[in-house]
Structures are given as structure tokens and as C-alpha cells.
Design a protein around this ligand. Structure first.
Ligand code: NAI
Length: 331
């Protein structure tokens, strides 16, 4: 199989080349993100596109891919909100993904963001390097005894719940499906309204869908506790960033830690250190002392990268052999 990668970073190349020893496919890597301007880079004989979270797979691009002979879209990610699945199905273009790759990686990153921001590790690091050993402004709070609200208790959310239980937190969860083993461990399933009202910390772990877009908005923020700590390692579109900026300004949101951002495709995974950023919402967001942002690195562990490469190549192999596509995404 000839597989063309878009948005390939050095770590993708390293992990995929290693995993490919067991498959021996022809892998060609492009660093550019997939968009309407660069489908022309597909060479005859390439039948699989391997795409990542910020590659566009809208109706127009899917049609272009089909015309160029692409037969399979292999996402090297769990989320698939960047794919028009309806059009993919109409074109008979199967879409496969990596449904779970070390969910621990993302759950642990959410905890890292929570601890790092709460205990001001990012400030302390800089102060120590400047021989400033004062503590003013570094105060945090005990996680023990706090109420954590978790939205979405799938693979990642469930692990996050268990870690928070380990800290001695009260864990409230909202999902359409109750996870019995989480309930047995002490998680209490409640309504979204109760989470908003009672949680000191809210962490988002549901996918981005038309229903969940801007789940955090001016109204839902107004229902949250004043000073709430908001965490998002899921997808940027879950949050109306402008509303969050207002709430940070007036103090309703006490702290924000995010690994994803609504307009991240223009920013994340690129070195823009010499570029004038045009996104004013972003520029305001990064000025807050109580905001910590990482650029979609929740998945970025050795274990997850290995699993992503192996599962993606296995998905391609199932397609090549005409086997059932275990990880196909369907509407
Ligand atoms: P999953 O599919 O195992 O779990 C998602 C859960 O959300 C399910 O239990 C589902 O019932 C629930 N859900 C769906 N709609 C909901 C709603 N409206 N309200 C409440 N719950 C709802 O997915 P997984 O693996 O736990 O991943 C969660 C999200 O994390 C992904 O959708 C993806 O966007 C994000 N992610 C982020 C990564 C990063 O590097 N930051 C890496 C991997 C995933």
C-alpha cells in the first residue's frame, strides 16, 4: 500500500517508520496540513491518506481525494470532528481512526495541567531561575476534598475520574451512559446542571459534535461556581473562547488550563515565533496569569505514539486484506 501522510512531524516519521518494519508499506510524509491547495501533491498509486487532527477533510477535499484514487482515510487520532463523515460515506470512502491510544496519556496531561496551574509551577520555575525565592502569588488550593465535575466518562474521562478519586476529591460525572465500575469506585453521575452548580473543577472529556459545540458558553459559565477551575484537553470547539475570556476578566472563571483551542489549526504544531499572530482572542487569552495552555500535546507520550502508529498501520492492513474494519468511524 502507498500511504501519503499530511501534517507529518519528525516524531510521526520516527514512530511510523519503526512500526512499519512489520508491515512494509510505502510511506511518504508531507509536513503540510491537508487542505484544498495541496491535494495535487498526491501521486498516482497512492491509495491511503493518513491525516491528523487539523487536516481538513470536508466535502470538497474528500471529493478531490476520491478523484485522485484515494480509497481509505486513516486518521492517526481518536477525534474525527474534522471529517465530513456523511460525504465520506456517500463517496464510499471508509474512514478509520485510532479509538484509544494510551488514554492515560491525555488523562495524566489533564492532571498535569491542573496541578501545574493550581500550584503555579510555571511561575516558580521562572522565579527560581532568577534567584527569586519569594512565595507571594504562588498560593494554590488542596485538591483533597474538592468537587470535580467530569463531562464525558469514556476512555480518557474514566481514567481522569479515578485519578481524581485518588486525590480524595468528590467526583461528579455527566455522560449519556453511566459507567458501573466508576460508580462502584465512588463516582456519582449527575445532571450537567449539577456539575455546573457544584463543581470546583470542571474537566471536559467528551467529543466535539454539533451538540457539544460551545458547551461552555456565557450561559453555562454563569451557572458555574465563581472561581471555577476549567480544564479542556478534549477539543477546542467545546468552549466559546470569547465567553471564557470575558469570564476570566471578571473573575467568574478562576483558572483555565487547555490543551486545545478553537482556532488551533492556525497555530498549533508550527513554530510561529517570528510571525505576528492575527488571532486577537488568542492574544488576549495568553496574557492572563491564571491561564496555562499547551499545544495539543495530551497524546504525546512514547506509549501513545507507538500505539498510534501500530493501530493505524493495522487499520490499513485490514483494509488491504478486505477484512472488517474494526476501527471504522460511521455516522
Ligand atoms: P470516548 O469516545 O472513549 O469517550 C467520550 C465520552 O463522551 C463517551 O462516554 C460519550 O458517551 C461521552 N459523550 C458524548 N457526548 C457527550 C455529551 N454531550 N455530554 C457528555 N458526554 C458525552 O473518547 P476518549 O478516548 O475518552 O476521548 C475524549 C476526547 O478527547 C476525544 O473526543 C478527543 O476529542 C479528545 N482527545 C484529545 C487528545 C489530546 O491530545 N488532547 C488526544 C485524544 C483524544
Amino acid at each position: 500500500m502507498n500511504v501519503l501522510f499530511y501534517s507529518a512531524q519528525p516524531y510521526d516519521i520516527a514512530y511510523f517508520n519503526k512500526a512499519n518494519a512489520a508491515f512494509n508499506y510505502n510511506l511518504r510524509y508531507l509536513e503540510y496540513p491537508l487542505n484544498a491547495d495541496n491535494t495535487a501533491l498526491i501521486k498516482p498509486g497512492e491509495s491511503v491518506i493518513c491525516a491528523f487532527v487539523n487536516d481538513h477533510l470536508d466535502a470538497g477535499i474528500l471529493r478531490q481525494l476520491k478523484e485522485k484514487g484515494i480509497q481509505l482515510i486513516a486518521l492517526r487520532a481518536a477525534g474525527f470532528n474534522n471529517v465530513d463523515l456523511k460525504v465520506a460515506a456517500e463517496l464510499n470512502l471508509p474512514v478509520v481512526r485510532v479509538p484509544a491510544y494510551s488514554p492515560h496519556a491525555v488523562a495524566e496531561h489533564a492532571v498535569a495541567l491542573l496541578l501545574g496551574l493550581n500550584r503555579k509551577i510555571y511561575k516558580a520555575y521562572n522565579r527560581i531561575r532568577d534567584n527569586n525565592f519569594t512565595l507571594n502569588g504562588l498560593e494554590g488550593f488542596d485538591l483533597y476534598g474538592k468537587t470535580v465535575g467530569v463531562v464525558g466518562t469514556g476512555n480518557i474521562g474514566a481514567i481522569f475520574c479515578r485519578i481524581m478519586l485518588g486525590f480524595g476529591c468528590k467526583v461528579l460525572a455527566y455522560d449519556m451512559f453511566n459507567n458501573k465500575s466508576l460508580e462502584d469506585a465512588g463516582v456519582e453521575y449527575v445532571s450537567m446542571e449539577t456539575i455546573l452548580k457544584d463543581a470546583d473543577i470542571i474537566s471536559l472529556h467528551c467529543p466535539l459534535t454539533p451538540e457539544t459545540k460551545h458547551l461552555v458558553n456565557a450561559y453555562t459559565i454563569s451557572q458555574m461556581k465563581r472561581g471555577v477551575f476549567l480544564l479542556n484537553t478534549s477539543r477546542g470547539g467545546l468552549i466559546d473562547t470569547k465567553a471564557v475570556v470575558e469570564a476570566l476578566k471578571n473573575g467568574h472563571i478562576g483558572a483555565l488550563a487547555i490543551d486545545v483551542y478553537e482556532q488551533e489549526e492556525n497555530l498549533f504544531f508550527h513554530d510561529l515565533s517570528d510571525v505576528i499572530i492575527q488571532d486577537d482572542v488568542w492574544s488576549r487569552l495568553i496574557t492572563f496569569p491564571n491561564v496555562v495552555i499547551t499545544s495539543h500535546q495530551g497524546f504525546f507520550t512514547r506509549e501513545a505514539l507507538t500505539q498510534i502508529a501500530e493501530t493505524t498501520l493495522n487499520n490499513i492492513q485490514q483494509f488491504e486484506k478486505g477484512l472488517p474494519l474494526t476501527n471504522q468511524v460511521k455516522i
